[in-house]
Design a protein around this ligand. Sequence first.
Ligand code: PLP
Ligand code: COI
Length: 339
Amino acid sequence: MSGESMNWETLGFDYIKTDKRFLSTWRDGAWQPGELTEDNVLHISEGSTALHYGQQCFEGLKAYRCKDGSINLFRPDQNAARMQRSCSRLLMPHVPTEMFIEACKEVVRANERFIPPYGTGGALYLRPFVIGVGDNIGVRTAPEFIFSVFCLPVGAYFKGGLKPHNFKISSYDRAAPNGTGAAKVGGNYAASLMPGAEAKKQNFADAIYLDPQTHSKIEEVGSANFFAITANNEFITPQSPSVLPGITRLSLIELAGSRLGLKVIEGDVFVDRLGDFVEAGACGTAAVISPIGGIEYNDQLHVFHSLEDVGPVTVRLYNELTGIQTGDVEAPEGWIVKV
Ligand code: PLP
Ligand code: COI
């Protein structure tokens, strides 16, 4: 498929092979000079730790086409830093921030024809990852690693964009206390596949996980963070060591306080206190801001909004965030990196 023949308005979140991806190998204690390649198939040892022991991590960020034709990356330094933390947790070598951002820029430039035009609501999604590779069988860190970045054009992750969906509280855990919940590692997502599929089979957009220790507090959605708004104009989002520290979440915390004048609370969101909230949403790079219409818990659907209405604070947060990403609203210092 070529960029020219894409139907930008109907893009979802599906794999599309684009022209070039960045690839570098870590060998003998250093990252080798990376290169762009057309081949989207990796040739790795059958003993690779990524295949057996889940030694891998990934990131997700987007490139946006602006009105003036320029291209914005949104807070890539934050993704680089989070990937370094994920690598530390799984005993993998760090990708230096400069190398990470440069690789992202190279991939965007090499696939420019796949960037959805300004105004379509789409973006070029970048997927950097690090995997442990090389001949091995014991449970230990790999002898070699691959760092790669590929990209694809995407639209809404949850169908309809700024349209509410119902979510279901899962009885499964995605991460353990002192485990890897705060790292963006594949194992967390493997653990979420079955609960996520169960929720989707029952027509929910995704599963929401509770804190693994007490199962009384909302942690996050399988693919995004959770936030809620109270009638007193408070923005609340769960704080927990097993929640992924999302960059969208971090950005909304900053925008809610500094631009919308909301009181920001990072704390406990008790699942039996959903009545305290007038709006709720899922936020993330792929999800952007996806309003939550209702949450099913113990066979009861708690409704915040009908599936037609979006709360006013959610709309303001959405406009501020997406306006910054596409260059229409002034960005806080350092948030936008031009490609
Ligand atoms: N939580 C989970 C489990 C995610 O997969 C994501 C998406 O990356 C997020 C939260 C949100 O993180 P970010 O805003 O950095 O994309
Ligand atoms: C993202 O938003 O970047 C994610 O990683 C979420 C999901 C696609 C796994």
